[in-house]
Design a protein around this ligand. Sequence first.
Ligand SMILES: CC(C)(COP(=O)(O)OP(=O)(O)OC[C@H]1O[C@@H](n2cnc3c(N)ncnc32)[C@H](O)[C@@H]1OP(=O)(O)O)[C@@H](O)C(=O)NCCC(=O)NCCS
Length: 214
Amino acid sequence: MSLDDITIRESKLEDLESLADLYCTLWTNSLRNRGDFEDALLAGRYNIAMQFQRSPIALVAEHDGEPIAACCVGIFDEGVPRTNPYWQARYDELLAMATERAKDADERLEGCLFGDTREKATADRFAATGNDYAQGQINLIIIRPEWQGKGLGRALIDRARTELHNAGCTKFFLMSDNRSDYEFYDHIGMTRIAEDHSQDTGDGFIVYVYGDEA
Ligand SMILES: CC(C)(COP(=O)(O)OP(=O)(O)OC[C@H]1O[C@@H](n2cnc3c(N)ncnc32)[C@H](O)[C@@H]1OP(=O)(O)O)[C@@H](O)C(=O)NCCC(=O)NCCS
């Protein structure tokens, strides 16, 4: 498995199922472990569509016709995130489904459905302060486990940086947390510019904000 056989391209609606499955594998274990596979899949579908909808640069890495990774890149116009019209209708549809399901959801399901949405609200508040890093944001980077550790993550960050630079950004930020592989960003030399403990409900959850030059 070599990076030479990988194409990085714009996302398509047809990528959603495969990437939702990847999202589920990485982040909805607490639902899947108790047998809530349908809810886990809804969380995966909604969250992938949500990330793409707020990423005018919505990239997918493909191998043998299959999506193996996604990298979602956002741009802020004076503190307001630009949306991606291509994903709007699918996002609206899945938001309505997730909102309906959340009406009688317990805390665990609600967290899997809307935890990332709350993280975006935190990002928007950060951007609204006019921080110099808040010109662009890497909204999401996920790679199939069997393709991790081969340089694809670094390649996608480099591609995102180039895209942001071409879009006129000089700096960008991203948010990660201690349930994700945040140490990757330390390793590739990004600067940890803030951390937020306000969402720690006793479970030790910490959000990290990283920044870099575009
Ligand atoms: C985090 C992730 C994007 C990294 O992508 P990757 O393709 O596995 O990383 P690369 O192979 O490009 O690694 C580049 C360098 O970072 C290092 N690295 C990779 N993952 C790391 C981690 N979790 N912690 C510390 N260093 C890491 C590699 O060892 C490599 O180092 P080197 O160049 O000095 O040899 C990927 O593992 C992933 O999708 N994880 C699950 C989803 C996730 O947590 N996303 C990020 C947080 S929101």
